[in-house]
Write a protein that binds this ligand. Structure first.
Ligand code: PSV
Ligand code: MN
Length: 431
């Protein structure tokens, strides 16, 4: 049983309630998969091995630029965020790590954070720096950029913040720094494209020099927002070029929402894998832009296609392939804990489906240019429900078979509403 804030009897009840039905469903699915030559047992074990990090900022209620709707019982500080993350892992058994954001999660002694997480068996994944907003007490403004700013004093401040993040990350046991900058321009002519990227590179070289040898620096691109005409690291091409310029410890991070509509994201993923530069993901879903909706909630086929490329890489032993998986979402109309549980399950679902692809048959059909059957073969992996595999993986790891029902039965949010009386004033991320 995974340690966590939810009482053990809630999970025991869940196992009792759903255990018999699950065994029947597993037998049924096992037979179906056996007919296709797939061993159910090995898929369950692989799914159990998949972990996706929870962003600490995701457990607070998000908002849009039109405002936000707080809920009672929201976490008021990073320690309460860690408790909520522990609930997500306890029930989903798929989120053993946290991805913190600084200075939002700053505390006097980072070892306290490490201990608070370790209490629930959680560790730290990539540390995120923040040079995209001005924070109290900061001498220089990032209004006109940070790592690419025209003023060396602003660039220095942004570099120093990233160096501090590496230091904090080292104390937390993290092994990666994710750098996303909001730098860019709102008007044609506002910025010299080449000069801005040159300054960004000069700054990131200074950060890269401090990246420990067993760490990675993840470069995250985004086409727009807050810069609405041109972002300095706008696309995967720029991100790839920068990561290549910086060196082998620098790789690209793909946030699923950071692409123009209709972009072929799975192809970008394949390209980055091919050139050893895929560093990790921020999973979420979107309809129009960087909507930060729940993973798999709008286009579940998209995340399956991404995982198809990932499983290809895993099975072919692609060089330098060890992507970090993280969620990056904003929850405006749901309880963030429920959304993050659902999203972690969506990631495991995409992985399980991708493991069912008949890759040998697909390769033969591709070789003989049978477009229709190749497409059918790939899609066939999504036509069989893998839910019993996901439920069994959670059950074996001590999680809940039906995590959302178990969460509601536990009354966690209601209890927190009483314990966290001032939470209605908090904004997501910034506490
Ligand atoms: C930017 O939109 C982003 O995707 C980056 O990952 C940030 O660190 C995160 O969202 C939180 O604002
Ligand atoms: Mn992101």
């Amino acid at each position: 049983m995974t340690d966590g804030p939810i009482a053990a009897h809630v999970i025991e009840n869940d196992h009792q309630t759903h255990g018999t039905e699950l065994r029947e469903d597993l037998d049924h699915l096992g037979n179906k998969l056996a007919r296709r030559g797939i061993d159910l047992e090995s898929v369950v074990e692989k799914v159990r091995g998949l972990g996706v990090a929870i962003p600490t900022w995701g457990v607070g209620v998000g908002g849009t630029r039109f405002g936000l709707f707080p809920i009672a019982g929201e976490p008021r500080n990073v320690f309460e965020k860690i408790d909520d993350c522990a609930v997500i892992h306890q029930l989903s058994a798929a989120t053993p790590t946290l991805s913190p954001h600084f200075p939002w999660d700053r505390v006097e002694d980072p070892t306290e954070l490490r201990q608070a997480a370790a209490r629930w068996g959680l560790a730290f994944d990539a540390v995120n720096s923040n040079t995209f907003q001005d924070l109290p007490g900061q001498p220089h403004s990032y209004k006109f950029g940070s790592l690419s700013h025209t003023d060396p004093a602003v660039r220095r401040q942004a570099i120093d913040h990233n160096l501090e993040c590496i230091e904090i990350g080292t104390a937390l046991g993290s092994k990666a720094l994710t750098v996303w900058v909001g730098d860019g321009a709102n008007f044609p002519g506002q910025q010299d494209f080449t000069g801005a990227l040159e300054r960004y590179l000069e700054s990131t070289r200074a950060i890269y020099a401090a990246i420990p040898d067993d760490w990675r620096m993840l470069v995250e691109h985004k086409p727009y927002e807050p810069a609405l005409y041109a972002s300095v690291i706008a696309d995967w091409g720029t991100s790839y070029a920068c990561a290549t310029e910086l060196g082998p410890k620098a790789q690209c991070l793909v946030d699923l929402g950071h692409h123009a509509p209709a972009t072929n994201i799975e192809m970008i993923v394949a390209r980055l894998i091919q050139f050893g530069k895929l560093g990790g993901f921020h999973f979420n879903d979107s309809k129009y832009g960087d909507d930060d909706l729940d993973t798999g909630s709008i286009d579940p086929f998209q995340i399956f296609l991404v995982f198809h490329e990932l499983v290809n890489a895993e099975q072919s032993g692609a060089k330098g392939f060890a992507p970090a998986f993280m969620l990056d979402q904003s929850h405006n109309v749901t309880d963030p804990i429920e959304s993050l549980i659902n999203s972690a399950v969506a990631v495991t679902r995409a992985y399980a489906q991708a493991l069912l692809v008949d890759r040998q048959k697909l390769a033969e059909l591709q070789q003989s240019n049978d477009a229709l059957l190749a497409a059918n073969t790939l899609r066939a992996a999504t036509e069989l429900s893998v839910e019993p595999i996901l439920r069994e993986a959670r059950r074996r790891s001590g999680g809940a078979i039906d995590p959302i029902s178990a969460y509601r039965a536990a009354g966690y949010r209601e209890a927190k509403a009483g314990e966290r009386p001032h939470s209605l004033v908090g904004r997501s991320g910034i506490v």
